[in-house]
Write a protein that binds this ligand. Sequence first.
Ligand code: DX5
Ligand code: ZN
Length: 237
Amino acid sequence: MKIELCPSILSANFAQLGTDAQLAIDGGGTVLHVDIMDGHFVPNITIGPPVVASIRKATSLPLDCHLMIDNPNDFIAAFADAGANWVSVHYEICPHLHRTLEMIIDHGMKAGVVINPATRVDLITEILPMVHHVLIMSVNPGFGGQEFIPFPLDKIRRLAAIRSELGLGFKIEVDGGVAHDTVSAIVKAGAELLVAGNAVFGAGKPERDARALLAAARKAAGEKAPGKTVGRKSKIY
Ligand code: DX5
Ligand code: ZN
């Protein structure tokens, strides 16, 4: 599957969010990852539907809303109205996960399921046919800039094997500590949607750093860099 970079705006400068997001897109980001935190499920508070609605006006790229909130069912309609395209919910907070995923799909959005580092992949097997993506957390959710936890790499490999056994097409997304020193192992384990906050926005050069991270990821995946393919007319003998 195609490698895609999903810049996480959590580490952007919120006073110039539109500008920062556009720079990350210019650097090759093709999905914007938006972290929604409520101070209950995770020990931090971020943004909600009004900010998603503002970002919606600034880009036509998919908005990938990662809900880290209690009672996500109560907010699905609001995120749909705000223009979210993908909504993912944590296995750990959804006692009726099937119903929640159905609600997301019924609101015309792509549904994703997220699992924390300590949650086993096999717990979500039954709902995999419903989801557009599975988000494997490689940090405990709540903050940007945390250190990558390595053992979820095995979960990526396991999930890729299950996907192939079941003949499914969902995407595998990874979130937390995706950076230059970790991206190669992440891609080689089988992930294709790479969420990155600090590695893209942390140094204040989102375009440059998105481009460099994406290039490293594509190299690890054995993909050619865009624009470098040799066409028929320019074939070199
Ligand atoms: C953490 C969030 C992440 C966060 C990742 O709870 O879900 O999306 O932005 O940040 P980095 O890439 O800095 O680890
Ligand atoms: Zn996230």
